[in-house]
Design a protein around this ligand. Structure first.
Ligand SMILES: Cc1cc2nc3c(=O)[nH]c(=O)nc-3n(C[C@H](O)[C@H](O)[C@H](O)COP(=O)(O)O)c2cc1C
Length: 189
């Protein structure tokens, strides 16, 4: 079982990273092979819309620090995407990766019943927001989930924390860490 975790926050030891790390630590203790990428440390461009991945190339033709990340995700059984909410969305760091995932789609993805070059995978999204109102930014996961399912992430789940951040209490409640542990146990079973 291979688990690849992408940390989308520039705060590498804070809220979303703490939840994601608890997931990977739990999975590792159960025997999973885990690998974590700190996106904020990497240098990469957003998708250039060159369509090379739809005109003969099976991979993204850009060569930068995301090349290794995209290859690792291809090999993974479970992928964890962790991000704080920034202006009602994931961080630019994570969105940059998501756009490059366009290379996982086949040229005929609009009509092909099997539109992804990825084998079936599971995915966990970790989203943390400062605002305590759960109805705010509740659209983020469902919005990305449709694209993720299309790309081959057949089983997806969300771990969401509201009302934590520098403006309030900068600590992850135990209940959320337990949720991360439960998710790790369920997905590595
Ligand atoms: C640039 C920026 C934009 C933010 N935008 C939002 C937002 O739209 N909604 C919200 O609830 N919190 C917002 N926050 C607060 C973060 O989501 C919150 O502090 C989060 O817990 C940080 O997670 P981290 O510790 O993993 O970086 C924003 C913070 C920053 C720095």
């Amino acid at each position: 079982m291979k688990i690849v975790t992408l940390l989308g926050s520039p705060r590498l030891k804070k809220n979303s990273a703490t939840i994601a790390n608890r997931f990977t630590e739990t999975a590792a203790a159960l025997g999973a092979e885990t690998r974590t990428f700190e996106l904020n440390r990497l240098v990469y461009r957003g998708c250039q819309g060159c369509y090379a991945c739809k005109k003969g190339d099976e991979h993204c033709v850009l060569t930068d620090d995301l090349t290794e990340v995209l290859a690792a995700v291809r090999e993974a059984d479970v992928v964890v995407l962790a991000s704080p909410v920034y202006y009602g969305d994931v961080t630019a760091q994570l969105k940059g990766f998501i756009d490059r995932c366009y290379s996982y789609l086949t040229p005929d993805y609009l009509t092909n019943p099997l539109p992804s070059r990825l084998g079936p995978k599971k995915l966990v999204m970790v989203l943390v927001q400062g605002h305590p109102d759960e109805s705010l930014f509740a659209d983020i996961f469902p919005r990305y989930d449709g694209f993720l399912k299309w790309m081959g992430f057949t089983e997806t789940r969300l771990i969401r924390a509201c009302g934590i951040g520098p403006a309030s209490v900068d600590a992850v409640p135990d209940a959320l860490l337990q949720q991360a542990e439960e998710a790790a146990r369920a997905l590595t079973a």
